[in-house]
Design a protein around this ligand. Structure first.
Ligand code: NAD
Length: 432
């Protein structure tokens, strides 16, 4: 199938690469010239495990192309996937639709034959209807169907999740469109459940799922706080809970709060839609507030560890919002570090993948180090904020010899608590 994808970011690029790997002809369109220049020159623009290899293979085999031109990009497309951002509106916190509207307006004038327009972006309920009206107004001759095709991939596992999704949700109001989406995912036949629902249900499923997952994370974080006071162990508690098939074992790992480009904005957008529809969603509003407080609490733990030290040095390991990605958007680590910087602390940070992105957010207010050991040298406290596997393998003896004061605030429980205690560290994990 000839597919065009508008937006070549964390969703658009892995989707484009994945669809090309399934055998489709894919053109990825982005309005950022530098991104397209890099991709055309064979340089990948974001880090995802396994993406670069497939990107190279499919560009070489000429199934994957890149352009900034909407006209060139969609001239042959049977299916146009919209994967542009839907960030929170700065004031109302609803999903800001300016990129979606711009993409729909731009593509409308180039539709020359029956085309499916599918939204992979996370969009408020009713967006499919709005896009339909917008395109029909801009190009009354256009023949098209608008489909909701929400994306559930996890950053850091985008390639894995593209080929192994739990389910594919299709919100389509026409049989013709349903058939086309079936054809798109033909390679997954009988392996991946495909659920056909109304467009509005599909749009709701995405928000309902993300808000639920955010709530689950917040729940286990609060339970971790309880375990710390009650001398229980959150891992034992989570394991015991997770064995109940009604609960399930996933998303029961405590940490410094959820982040990333999805959960924070999607919970806010869901809360906004609830208010607009006069529906009370107290669990979601409590989750949003609790998660904001969580990051402040984590910063407070770090500050408490150094409050009696003159000009303390704080070492931070991890800046990405989670492991496996270089994405720092809404990263708890960035918010915690920013709080420390606002309070004038000296921060020395290291992240295996996300330093460049972190620098665009925090600038030169902190020192970026080339390794974990460089960051901890002469530090008074070490805070671990992202769950990179390599942090688990750190040599605690070496850290003990490098640090000035031996305090560890391990917000991801990466290090061995017993070993840290045996080396006379003041070690604080989460819920343990
Ligand atoms: P992103 O910011 O990484 O990428 C968006 C891209 O769209 C950018 O490269 C931007 O230049 C481009 N763009 C914007 N307007 C354009 C236009 N008119 N024409 C061409 N290109 C345009 O965003 P993302 O993280 O990929 O997220 C995209 C959508 O997918 C969002 O709605 C998000 O909520 C949703 N989503 C994201 C994830 C995730 O893990 N990141 C997961 C599921 C769903």
């Amino acid at each position: 199938m000839n597919v065009a994808i508008i937006g070549t970011g964390y969703v658009g690029l892995p989707t484009g690469v994945g669809l090309a790997e399934l055998g489709h002809q894919v053109v990825c369109i982005d309005r950022e010239q530098s991104k397209i220049d890099a991709l055309q020159a064979g340089k990948i623009t974001l880090y995802e495990d396994g993406l670069e290899e497939l990107f190279r293979k499919n560009t070489k085999e000429k199934r994957l192309h890149f352009t900034t031109s909407m006209k060139d990009g969609i001239s042959n497309a049977e299916l146009v996937i919209i994967a542009v951002g839907t960030p929170p509106h700065p004031i109302t916190k609803e999903a800001d639709m300016k990129y979606i509207h711009a993409a729909a307006t731009e593509l409308a004038e180039h539709l020359t034959r029956y085309t499916i327009i599918a939204t992979k972006s996370t969009v408020p309920v009713g967006t499919g209807d709005d896009i339909e009206i917008l395109i029909a107004k801009k190009n009354p001759q256009a023949e098209f169907d608008v489909v909701s095709l929400p994306e559930f991939l996890r950053e850091g596992y985008a390639v894995h999740d593209f080929f192994n999704p739990d389910r594919i949700i299709v919100g389509a109001n026409s049989d013709k469109a349903k058939e086309k989406i079936k054809e798109l995912y033909k390679a997954f036949d009988n392996e991946i459940p495909m659920l056909f629902v109304s467009r509005r249900s599909s749009e709701t499923i995405k928000y309902a799922s993300n808000a639920f997952l955010a709530m689950k994370i917040h729940y286990i974080n609060e339970m971790a706080n309880f375990c710390e006071k009650a001398d229980a162990n959150i891992y034992e508690v989570a394991q015991g809970m997770g064995l109940d098939s009604r609960i399930g074992p996933k998303f029961l790992t405590p940490g410094p709060g959820y982040g990333g480009s999805c959960f924070p904005k999607d919970t806010l957008a869901m809360a906004y839609m609830a208010r607009q529809n006069d529906v009370e969603m107290s669990l979601i509003t409590a989750t949003i507030k609790g998660n904001d407080n969580r990051k402040k609490e984590m910063a407070e733990r770090i500050v408490n560890a150094v409050k009696y030290i003159d000009n303390p040095k704080i070492a931070v390991l991890g800046l990405a919002f989670k492991n496996g990605t270089d994405d720092c958007r809404e990263s708890p680590a960035i918010e915690i570090v920013s709080e420390l910087v606002n309070r004038k602390y000296s921060v020395f940070a290291y992240d295996p993948k996300a330093m460049k992105n972190a620098e665009t957010l925090i600038g030169s207010k902190i020192t970026y180090c080339q390794s974990a050991y460089e960051a901890v040298e002469n530090a008074d406290v070490l805070a671990i904020l992202t769950e990179w596997e390599e942090f688990k393998k750190l040599d605690l003896n070496k850290i003990a010899s490098l640090m000035k004061n031996k305090t560890i605030i391990d917000c991801r429980n990466m290090l061995d608590k017993q070993k840290a205690l045996s080396l006379d560290f003041n070690y604080q994990g989460i819920g343990i």
